[in-house]
Write a protein that binds this ligand. Structure first.
Ligand code: ZN
Length: 425
């Protein structure tokens, strides 16, 4: 991604660095050629050339750009299973994905890890964003997902004779698991997304306590992926599925809903991050009835929500890591609502805003494997920065309102926010 040229100084704001250190009032951030060269109290800032660009944070908050750690760029207004794969042709879904990425950036998300995408769209979307053809978060791509035949993501009945071609690679046994990963290697993905377990969305055949892949299949996925330098994650709700994934060597866990102490020990042993994606459950319970969601599904989401919240608290309390992100793109949980996840973790799960912001920035960058480049506002890192008109640490819900964004900055370039709008004028 192209970096800015010249010097920019951000001042008159409180700096949330993204580390454990407390926020710095009256801070300044100096950016040179797209990288941060100083971040700290304004009185300690180096002398700046008079022609440097100056940004007034208006007494608000300066923080690292947010990281969406479970982003489905190709989901759009999904209200039924078919909407995930056969509603629109791939050409149109590609355009929708580009629009979703642009929106995510406008919402302050300067980076995102894909949690799976139709066909190989996220791989090419990432390329378009890196080349500057499209705007959006820095992406890490996952492409198609892997699921066992008859599992959660294998819903098209055989009589339709269309399989699940664009969305998932269906496997039976370790050999097919290896073959699926090898396809993804060729596609150019960086994370392999799998389905070790079912979900409340499928109460009859693949509910949240059902396994959708065997340990042997998961083991084959990890060995093949790691051999090619790819990372592996999985949709893990059922307790045994979480343990299978951790024992197989997964690099992250999505959801991690029904954790017990043994699963927690396995998670902590390798410090594996977990992305709970909980607001989706809440939104499903709240708005599902309007979309004809059956009671059995809503009951499953209720169970998932409470267990997921408990697991998230347990992980953080034990010193583990959580990423923030979550299945936006459903009709009742649309793209653009990403920051609701953060408010939800403060108000419903009961974490403090500093912790949640850290999960949404530094841990997100770690999950993407970009912790040396982004995720904190520190000298040496790329200038991916969000400047907000308001005290985000006091009221995290300000992040839901993009009209409060003074600037969304990627590599030192103002990409969105009020200052970007003014520039266009
Ligand atoms: Zn997902």
């Amino acid at each position: 991604m192209k970096l800015a040229t010249g010097t920019t100084v951000i001042s008159n704001g409180t700096l949330f660095v993204g580390t454990d250190s407390p926020p710095i009032p009256n801070a300044a951030v100096v950016i040179k050629d797209g990288k941060i060269v100083f971040a700290g109290p304004e009185k300690n800032a180096p002398t700046i050339e008079p022609d440097a660009e100056k940004i007034d944070a208006l007494g608000g908050t300066i923080l690292p750009g947010l990281v969406e750690a479970h982003f489905h760029p190709t989901y759009f207004d999904v209200a039924a299973l078919e909407d995930l794969d056969i509603k629109y042709p791939v050409e149109y879904v590609t355009l929708l994905a580009a629009a979703n990425a642009k929106l995510a950036l406008e919402c302050g998300y300067t980076a995102a890890r894909s949690g799976g995408s139709l066909f190989n769209i996220d791989v090419w979307l990432k390329k378009a964003i890196e080349c500057g053809i499209s705007s959006g978060p820095r992406l890490v791509a996952s492409g198609r997902e892997i699921c066992g035949v008859g599992g959660l993501m294998d819903w098209n009945p055989d009589f339709r004779k269309i399989g699940m071609d664009g969305l998932v690679l269906l496997i039976n046994g370790a050999d097919e698991a290896r073959a699926a990963v090898r396809k993804l290697v060729k596609d150019g993905v960086e994370w392999v997304k799998t389905y070790p377990t079912g979900d409340a969305a499928s109460p009859d055949l693949n509910d949240h306590h059902t396994l959708c892949m065997t340990f042997e299949e998961m083991n084959a996925v990890v060995a093949t992926a790691h051999n090619h330098g790819l990372k592996v994650t999985g949709h893990c709700r059922a307790n045994e599925g979480i343990k299978n994934a951790l024992r197989a060597g997964y690099d992250a866990i999505e959801h991690g809903t029904f954790m017990d102490n043994e699963a927690l020990d396995l998670l902590l042993k390798r410090n594996v991050p977990c992305v709970p994606a909980l607001y989706f459950e809440y939104a499903s319970i709240e708005h599902g009835p309007k979309y004809g969601m059956p009671k059995s599904v809503i009951d499953g989401h209720k169970e998932t929500l409470e267990a997921g919240a408990e697991s998230a608290r347990m992980i953080l309390l034990a010193g583990g890591r959580l990423g923030m992100g979550g299945d936006y793109g459903f009709a009742w949980n649309p793209h653009g609502d990403y920051a609701r996840e953060l408010t939800f973790f403060v108000n419903y799960v009961g974490l403090n805003s500093h912790t949640v912001l850290q999960c949404a920035t530094r841990t997100g960058a770690e999950i993407m494997g970009l912790e040396n480049e982004i995720g904190t506002v520190e000298a040496g890192k790329l200038a991916d920065i969000l400047i907000v008109d308001g005290d985000v640490l006091k009221d995290i819900s300000i992040l839901e309102n993009k009209s409060k964004f003074i600037a969304v900055i990627q590599g030192g370039v103002i990409k969105a926010g009020r200052l970007a709008v003014n520039k266009v004028r």
